[in-house]
Every structure is written in C-alpha cells, then in structure tokens.
Design a protein around this ligand. Structure first.
Ligand code: VGL
Ligand code: ZN
Length: 206
C-alpha cells in the first residue's frame, strides 16, 4: 500500500503567511487532485504546531530571523535556523490551507508541539531522539511506499523524505507539488534526496 504525505500545507507557509514560500497557494488545486487521483492506502497531512516561545523562533532568543544558533538539545550540540514566529497552535497561520479536502485525510499529524524540540521531519525531531507516531501508523496500515508533497521542499519535505527512506519505505518526492523557501535550498535538497535513494519526480502526475 502507498501513503500520500502532505507536509505542512498551512497558512503561514503560503502567501501572506509569516514564513511564506513563493507560489505556495498555487499548489492547492494540484494537491487536491492528487488526493483523488488514485486510491491511497492512507492520506496524511502534517502540521507544524508550535507553542509560543518555541525554540525555533528568533523572537524566543532575541536574535534576527533567519540567523543560526548552536544549542544543546538533549545533550547534543545542535545547529538550528531561527525563524519568524509561525504556526502557533490554534492560530490562523497554523490552519491547513482552505480548499484542501479534509474528509479525505485519514490522519492529521501535529509536530513541533514541545517548546524545546524542533521537528522538520514528520517522523522525528532534528536531534533524532523524539519520534512522532507516524512510523507506527504507517506500519499499522501496511504501507510500503510513501509519496511526499507540500512545504517546504528544502526543510520539512526534505527531512520527512530522508527519514522515510532511512526507515525502509520506497520513497518518492513529487517535486512539482512542493515549493522551497530558497532556490539554493531546493537544489541542495534535490541533490541530497537523490543521493540517499529518494526518487524525485519533477513532472505533474495528474
Ligand atoms: C518548516 C521551517 C520551520 C517547514 C517548518 O515546514 O518546512 N520550515 N518550520
Ligand atoms: Zn516550524
């Protein structure tokens, strides 16, 4: 069985959001079509779901947005990029973009809910110590292959797909159903994905 994972398709990551990627909203129709394009074993939508004062917010540290910081998390030296406040739990920015067919989504998976942990991957945090229920869920549905789409290609899509392939799933990123935060980030992501055995399909498939 195949799973479709729609990563962080939330208001803050599209036009007028606090961490907007260019052209994000234009994916609404194509992602909806993808949901209905074929029979999926399951459709999962992740959402970045941060408390106020989250560790990934520049405002929490009083430093400029998009700067980096080195922190000890769980005894590990960890480099984080610091973002504008985004996807604060229950806020408008954290809601999944209007027009996505909610009744076809089998699991909505919040991540990044603990103030002290940053999650890019839908499977586990950036230090690879704290896991979500995603792996168990996919196993319970007998999923062998996963298709990843959504936002942003160079962060949460990238790390979700890298973890999926590491956990043994046949993994594909449908690149035309994603948008990156930066063009350089997108190039780096595509390189890393392919190097690690993730298939990258550039064309629309429906
Ligand atoms: C994301 C930066 C911070 C993403 C989430 O969804 O790609 N990027 N939080
Ligand atoms: Zn975030």
């Amino acid at each position: 069985m195949d799973a479709l994972i729609i990563v962080d398709f939330q208001n803050d990551f599209v036009e007028n959001g606090s961490l907007a990627v260019e052209g994000g909203l234009s994916l609404t129709g194509p992602i909806n079509n993808l949901i209905h394009f074929r029979k999926w074993g399951c459709v999962i939508a992740t959402k970045d779901w941060h408390p106020e004062k989250h560790i990934s917010f520049a405002s929490t540290h009083g430093t400029p947005v998009f700067s980096g910081i080195d922190l000890m998390i769980n005894g590990r030296d960890t480099h984080l990029t610091l973002w504008p406040d985004h996807c604060v739990q229950e806020s408008h920015g954290a809601m999944i973009v209007d027009g996505i067919d909610f009744k076809s989504i089998d699991l909505i998976l919040p991540k990044g809910c603990d103030p002290e942990y940053e999650f890019y991957s839908a499977f586990r945090d950036v230090t690879k110590t704290k896991e979500t229920e995603l792996l168990g869920y996919l196993k319970s549905k007998a999923i062998k292959s996963v298709y990843v789409v959504g936002l942003a290609l160079d962060f949460c899509v990238l790390h979700t797909a890298l973890d999926a392939v590491e956990y043994g799933f046949d993994t594909t990123v449908l690149v035309s159903y994603t948008k990156p935060i930066s063009v350089e980030g997108a190039n780096r992501a595509l390189h890393l994905l392919q190097e690690n055995g993730v298939k990258c399909i550039m064309e629309a498939i429906n």
